[in-house]
Design a protein around this ligand. Structure first.
Ligand code: KG4
Ligand code: ZN
Length: 349
């Protein structure tokens, strides 16, 4: 089964061709970062316009690079949420048009579920049937959550951020430190030259939950908005460029340590009754997070599973791969034409 996947939920325009949910034949990602960088974050209007401009060539390139051509495509999968509404709609429109033209099935995919699935791509010794059940930590620009994965399609939300996502904390911190966009890789790099103990920034351990999040255990949840505010106040007292208290590398290292320490301590708690933990999403590329998670996992005899680096950040291979497991119960082509963008789609709630 050959699936063409399409991903346009945020600022990456991506298409990929995947065989049998596992072998990635092609994965093309056009990153829009350069267009959003001047604004210090993703501008939805620009994102959707860039998707319109680039998606046709990205899809054509993915099909060409797969070596199969259009005749080789058996089904089409597209991210329908969560994400930016106007960006999701571009992918959906393209996917619907292709499905009609090729007369092939079309299926909508949850972006968060696809991130979890990314651990199975190009990993022949790993499969959902052998790995499930496991705990997944999704750490991306828009989401931070702990999910119990019983099997593909059966999820249970165990905990989440009550405010900013981990990637958002990296991006906002980097902005305050003038390290540019996206902030995660910039802070990761600067922190390698800095001291972790320069400033002790607050750890985001949630004590009480908001009333709008019933059913969640505070000890499974994190909060990162106070951390950003702490950095802001530190910089007000010690403006950048005015002496040793404002050393950017040291601040990056201390700030990153607060995010990483929070995530690792919470992971240690949430993984108490599991043997396997997967960590996925853009922030899972962070060097310090990987080091500390590996140390925690070794101590607790926990199997730690990460995606290949190219599948940590947004891509369409994870969309096409996951679709393989869903197509048998998928909608008819006529039903699929009613597929709509779901900007706030959740997982396991
Ligand atoms: O998964 P992703 O590509 O997109 C979303 O679904 O949000 O994640 C993007 C996020 C950004 O916030 C970016 O700053 C962060 O991942 N990121 C990192 C690193 N590389 C990317 N954060 C920390 N360290 C990194 N090395
Ligand atoms: Zn993502």
């Amino acid at each position: 089964m050959i699936v063409l996947g399409i991903e346009t939920s945020c600022d990456e325009t991506a298409a990929a061709v995947v065989r049998d949910g596992q072998t990635v034949l092609s994965s093309i990602v056009y990153t829009q970062i350069a267009h959003h960088r001047p604004y210090g974050g993703v501008v939805p209007e620009i994102a959707s316009r860039k998707h319109v401009e680039h998606l046709p060539e990205v899809i054509a390139e993915a099909v060409n690079a797969s070596g199969l051509g259009w005749d080789g495509i058996d089904a089409i999968a597209v991210t329908h949420g969560p994400g930016l509404a106007s960006s999701l709609l571009v992918g959906l429109a393209a996917a619907k048009g292709l499905a009609i033209r090729l007369n092939k099935p079309l299926i909508g995919i949850n972006h968060l579920e696809a991130h979890i699935y990314s651990i199975f791509l190009d990993a022949p010794d790993r499969s959902p049937s052998t790995l499930c059940p496991f705990l997944a930590l999704i750490v991306s620009g828009g989401h931070t959550c702990f999910i119990q994965v019983d099997r593909i399609g059966a999820y249970h939300l165990l905990g989440r951020t009550v405010d900013d996502a981990a990637g958002e904390a990296f991006d906002k911190g980097a902005n305050l430190l003038n390290l540019g966009y996206p902030g995660g890789p910039a802070i990761d790099k600067a922190a390698r030259q800095g001291s972790l103990e320069f400033v002790t920034f607050p750890r985001g351990f949630v004590q009480k939950l908001h009333a709008r999040m019933p059913g969640l255990i505070p000890r499974n949840c994190v909060s990162f908005s106070g951390l950003k505010t702490a950095l802001l106040y530190h910089l007000k007292a010690h403006p950048l460029g005015s002496g040793p208290n404002a050393d950017v590398n040291n601040l990056a290292a201390s700030y990153q340590e607060a995010i990483v320490d929070t995530l690792v301590q919470r992971s240690s708690h949430v993984s108490e009754s599991t043997r396997t933990m997967a960590v996925v999403g853009g922030v899972s590329l962070n060097k310090r997070l990987r080091e500390k998670l590996a140390a925690m996992a070794e101590k607790k005899n926990l199997q730690l599973v990460l995606s290949a680096p190219q599948y940590c950040t947004d891509n369409a291979a994870m969309v096409a791969g996951l679709a393989f497991h869903k197509l048998a119960d998928g909608p008819s082509l006529a039903q699929a034409m009613t597929l709509d963008a779901e900007p706030n789609l959740g997982i396991g709630e």
